[in-house]
Design a protein around this ligand. Structure first.
Ligand SMILES: [Zn+2]
Length: 68
């Protein structure tokens, strides 16, 4: 039972981390960032995965299709 609870805590922690550190796919050329599942992001070869905060810091704008 103790083991089960610690596994549950680890899952919860991972979940909250993904929520807070929102990752986007950022195109350094166009300065547009996409959500990871956006079809533009999938096609984009130059794009890098960074935190949304970091993309905005670099002057990034959200994609019009996916909203960033
Ligand atoms: Zn997009």
């Amino acid at each position: 039972m103790k083991k089960f609870i610690s596994i549950l805590i680890i899952i919860c922690l991972n979940f909250s981390l993904t929520v807070f550190a929102e990752t986007v796919v950022f195109n350094p050329d166009s300065k547009i960032y996409h959500s990871v599942n956006c079809h533009h992001a999938v096609r984009c070869k130059k794009c890098i995965k960074i935190e949304k905060k970091e993309a905005q810091k670099q002057g990034g704008r959200p994609c019009k299709t996916c909203g960033g």
